[in-house]
Design a protein around this ligand. Structure first.
Ligand code: CA
Length: 240
């Protein structure tokens, strides 16, 4: 069974905190609450969360300070900032403190839910597509590190599954493309998400080599790729 995503809600207004908890628990998330900055800091030091909803204005330690500290310490957990009118996007984005998204109060719960899902999808492709998924005309099995292509057998006309082995890295690349269809993905983004490293010259070569190898396995003609397409000067795209 897939585990529930665990969200930390950091919000000092009790009414809002409770409403968020009720709503998100209803939508099948696991929730932990923190009522001020200090409690949030202590909670985060103890365990890992899948996502943090962080109010900007908090007693003791502000959301802004928390976010800055966590990012400085290398914490990668996605953060959605909750801001009130008047302290809006210019502030959060201008500060460049490392939040993944922000939402301005008052917001609709449905909108927040959409943002949460989008951020989780972006950050964790495994949650978005699972261990087995369709990729163009391929069946991908991440756990088995295998892909299968259905092909009509020339002599009998019967469907025949051709099995192809893939590496862990190739599986991670497929999973990332599957979770982000119809969007141009730069080499930088791919490298950051799949190798979890910042782009270097070597990283560019590594990415290209892996894509080439993967294409030789999945494309009918790797000189003219139709599944993972090249977007000149921008990156790659999987159209679904
Ligand atoms: Ca507040």
């Amino acid at each position: 069974m897939e585990q529930k995503a665990h969200i930390l809600i950091v919000e000092d207004e009790q009414k809002i905190r409770t409403a968020l908890t009720d709503f998100l628990e209803f939508h099948d998330f696991k929730i932990t609450e923190a009522a001020d900055g200090l409690e949030a800091e202590r909670t985060v030091a103890k365990r890992r969360f899948d996502l943090i909803l962080l109010d900007l204005m908090l007693p003791k330690i502000s959301g802004e300070q928390l976010c800055t500290r966590w990012r400085r310490d290398g914490m990668q957990t996605p953060i959605i900032m909750l801001t009130a009118k008047g302290q809006q996007k210019e502030k959060v984005m201008g500060l460049n403190i490392g939040a993944d998204d922000y939402i301005t109060k008052p917001f609709s719960l449905e909108e927040l839910l959409a943002r949460i899902k989008a951020v989780l999808r972006r950050i964790d492709p495994a949650r978005a597509v699972g261990q087995t998924f369709k990729f163009a005309d391929l069946d991908v099995d991440i756990a088995a590190l295998k892909i299968k292509r259905t092909r009509a057998c020339a002599t009998t006309g019967a469907d025949k599954k051709k099995e192809i082995e893939i590496t862990k890295r190739e599986a991670a690349i497929l999973q990332y493309f599957a979770a982000n269809p119809n969007r141009v993905i730069s080499r930088e983004e791919l490298y950051k998400e799949v190798w979890e490293e910042t782009m270097t010259e070597l990283g560019t070569r590594t990415t290209d080599m892996h894509i080439a190898k993967l294409r030789s396995k999945i494309e009918k003609n790797s000189a003219d790729p139709q599944i993972i397409k090249t977007v000149r000067g921008a990156g790659y795209k999987y159209e679904n």
